[in-house]
Design a protein around this ligand. Structure first.
Ligand code: SAH
Length: 369
C-alpha cells in the first residue's frame, strides 16, 4: 500500500521532493493544498508541474476515511461523524460550535472565552486499552492506533466547512499511548506551512501516563494539557482506571507541575463526577487538600451515561457543592458544559460498533431545547 502523504512530516516530504530534484518550496505548496484547500487528489494541484502530480499520485495516497454517518444535536451546534477506517473499524469525531458568549465554558483550556470558536474533538485510537470503568470507549477494548493522516483527517473533515479554532485530543483512545501519531498530527495542525492553527488552541487530555507527559513537556509546544484525575486517592483511582497501575496521584501532580513550569501553560485536572463513588463532600475536601496552593485548574465532568454500567450522574446540587469545596480551598474549578449527550457524542460516550451503525445513518437535528 502507498503511504499516506500526511504520515510523512514536512521535513520528510521536503527530503523526498529533493531526491526527485524538486525545489524545497514544493513541499509547502503541496501542504497548502492538502491542509488549507482540503485537496483529496494531486490532480487539483494546478500550480505543480503535471509530471510531479503524476509522480506524487504514484507514490502517495491522499485519501480520507469515508463518512459512515453524521448526527447533529444542540440545535445544530454539535455534530458527530463516524469515519470508516476499513476492516470493520470506525472512529468518531465531534465538532462543537461556541457562541461568543463569555459565560459558556468548553472542553478546552482556551483563555479567550468571549470569542466565537469551533472546537473539534478527535480520536487517536480505535478503541482504548485503558479500560476506565465509566467510559464507553474503555469498555470497548483496543483495536489499533490511528495514523497521523487519520487524526488530521478528522480536523480536515470539519475545516472544509468552517475554520476550526480549537482541537481537543479527547475523543476515543489515549493520545499519549499513540505518541507518534498524536505529535505528528499536532505538527501538521500547528505548522505555519500546515493548517497554521494556534498551538494554544490545541489541548491533549491524558489518562495520566507520566513518561509521555515528560516527553511532551520537552516538545517546546504551547499546547494545553489535561490530566484525568477522577479520584482524591490512589486506591479509588485504581478502581476507576484499572490500568493506572503504579502511577500515583503524587507522580501525576509532579508531572503536571513540571509541564506547567516548562511550558508556562496551566494544567487542567479532569474529574468525572460519579454519584456516590467520588463526589462526596469528604472526597471534595480531600481533593482540595491535595491541590491547595497549586496553580491548577479542575474541570468537573458530571458523568455522561454509557451503556452497560450502573453509574449515575450526580444532581446539580451535588455538583455545585463539590465545586464549592474546591473554590473555598482556593482551587480553581469549573463544570464542563455538556454537549451532544442525546447523540452519544459527549465525554466518554464515544464508542463504535460498525455492525450497529444503522440507527446512526439519518442526519438528525434535534429541536432547540
Ligand atoms: N484518554 C484521554 C481522553 C478521554 S475522554 C483521557 O483519559 O483523558 C476525555 C475525558 O472524558 C477524560 O477525562 C475522561 O476520563 C472523561 N470521561 C470518560 N468517560 C466519561 C463519562 N462517561 N462521563 C464523563 N466523563 C467521562
Amino acid at each position: 500500500m502507498k503511504p499516506h502523504l500526511l504520515d510523512l512530516n514536512l521535513d520528510e516530504l521536503e527530503a523526498r521532493l529533493a531526491e526527485w530534484g524538486e525545489p524545497r518550496y514544493r513541499a509547502e505548496q503541496i501542504a497548502r493544498w492538502v491542509l488549507r484547500e482540503g485537496a483529496t487528489t494531486f490532480e487539483v494541484m494546478t500550480n505543480l508541474p503535471a509530471a510531479l502530480r503524476t509522480r506524487l499520485s504514484e507514490e502517495f495516497a491522499l485519501t480520507t476515511p469515508p463518512i459512515l454517518a453524521t448526527r447533529a444535536a444542540d440545535d445544530g451546534s454539535t455534530t458527530k461523524v463516524l469515519l470508516d477506517l476499513g476492516n470493520g473499524e470506525a472512529i468518531e469525531a465531534v465538532r462543537m460550535d461556541y457562541d461568543p458568549d463569555p459565560s459558556e465554558g468548553a472542553a478546552t483550556n482556551e483563555e479567550t472565552p468571549s470569542a466565537a470558536r469551533t472546537t473539534v474533538c478527535v480520536s487517536t485510537q480505535a478503541g482504548c486499552a485503558m479500560a476506565c470503568i465509566f467510559c464507553a470507549t474503555g469498555q470497548q477494548g483496543f483495536t489499533r492506533n490511528l495514523t497521523p493522516a487519520e487524526i488530521v483527517a478528522q480536523v480536515l473533515h470539519f475545516s472544509r466547512e468552517r475554520r476550526v479554532t480549537n482541537v481537543v485530543f479527547m475523543g476515543m483512545g489515549e493520545p499519549l499511548a499513540n505518541y507518534e501519531g498524536m505529535i505528528r498530527a499536532i505538527r501538521w495542525l500547528t505548522d505555519p506551512r500546515g493548517l497554521n492553527m494556534r498551538q494554544r488552541g490545541i489541548t491533549v487530555s491524558t489518562v495520566g501516563l507520566t513518561r509521555p507527559i515528560e516527553r511532551l513537556t520537552q516538545e517546546q509546544l504551547q499546547i494545553g494539557l489535561t490530566i484525568s484525575l477522577h479520584a482524591p486517592d490512589d486506591e479509588l483511582r485504581r478502581h476507576l482506571i484499572p490500568t493506572a497501575g503504579g502511577v500515583t496521584i503524587d507522580a501525576l501532580l509532579e508531572a503536571g507541575a513540571n509541564y506547567q513550569r516548562t511550558t508556562g501553560r496551566r494544567v487542567t485536572y479532569a474529574y468525572a463526577l460519579l454519584e456516590g463513588v467520588n463526589d462526596t463532600p469528604e472526597q471534595a475536601r480531600a481533593l482540595a487538600a491535595r491541590l491547595r496552593g497549586k496553580p491548577v485548574h479542575v474541570n468537573l465532568i458530571p458523568y455522561n451515561p454509557t451503556a452497560g454500567d450502573d453509574l449515575r450522574r450526580p444532581g446539580r446540587d451535588r455538583v455545585r457543592a463539590f465545586r464549592q469545596e474546591l473554590l473555598e480551598a482556593g482551587v480553581n474549578a469549573t463544570v464542563r458544559i455538556e454537549r451532544g449527550v442525546e447523540i452519544a457524542a459527549a465525554c466518554g460516550q464515544l464508542r463504535t460498533d460498525v455492525a450497529n451503525t444503522a440507527p446512526l445513518a439519518p442526519l438528525e437535528v434535534s429541536a432547540p431545547s
